[in-house]
Design a protein around this ligand. Sequence first.
Ligand SMILES: [Zn+2]
Length: 118
Amino acid sequence: MQADGYGFKDMRKTRLKPISDKTRQRNQIWKLVCLTRMAYITAKYGYLLCEYCGKHGYFEDANSDNPLAVWGHHIDWNRDNTDLSNCMIAHNQCNTHIHDNNLKDVYQECFKGELSEG
Ligand SMILES: [Zn+2]
């Protein structure tokens, strides 16, 4: 997998602006919250899934560009609210759908979304 070593992913992670300590700390807390929520979902359903569409999701890192990788969506849209109750595990593509459509009525284990790709 040499081609992936210093390909787009690493380029993409290069940031123009340095992350503040506050943001870095917030991201670290959110990562723990996401992992905790993913562990709960996996234990409950037997596999990792998206709480929006209910379909299987892949565990990758927070910056994954795989549409079917899952990570936490801030239910109240406030990135400073890192409470576990504000974390809903969603596919990247479902998260995009939620944000593109300004959906505020989603919640943990709502399973009402449609997976755009079969
Ligand atoms: Zn989904």
